[in-house]
Design a binder for this molecule. Structure first.
Ligand SMILES: [Zn+2]
Length: 134
């Protein structure tokens, strides 16, 4: 009896570890952060799984409206002359980008884990990121 309990406990523990790792590593391929950069500096990040509409005010007065919907990010609207960013297709995979050259805005998909690759100042991104989510 006791042995069985231990066995059960062990299995549950093992399972939770496996689930934890799957949970953490599988979504990574799809990327889980939408990162907005202006002129190479990260100005804002959003979790991609959360539907969001965010208006980016570029330093040169331009506006881009970022929409995150059902795991896809796109530029819903912008007042740049070429509107190329608006016409780019939705992005959802790690490494994909939306670029607005006139406003110097780059929206990219990243994994929370390799965030530091991008930038210096937003230190400890995972922790601060969690704070934002709450
Ligand atoms: Zn644009």
């Amino acid at each position: 009896m006791k042995r069985n309990d231990f066995f059960l406990l062990g299995t549950i523990l093992l399972l939770s570890v496996v689930i934890f790792f799957c949970y953490r590593f599988i979504p990574r391929q799809n990327g889980d952060l939408v990162v907005i950069k202006e002129n190479g500096t990260t100005i804002k990040t959003f979790p991609i799984e959360k539907n969001t509409i965010y208006t980016i005010h570029a330093k040169n007065g331009g506006i881009n409206v970022l929409q995150i919907k059902n795991g896809f990010a796109s530029v819903k609207n912008a007042d740049c002359p070429d509107k190329l960013c608006v016409h780019q297709k939705k992005i959802s995979k790690k490494g994909e980008t939306l670029v607005c050259l006139p406003h110097k805005i780059i929206i990219s998909i990243q994994s929370a884990s390799d965030q530091p690759e991008s930038d210096n100042e937003s230190s400890n991104s995972e922790e601060s990121f969690d704070g934002v989510v709450q």
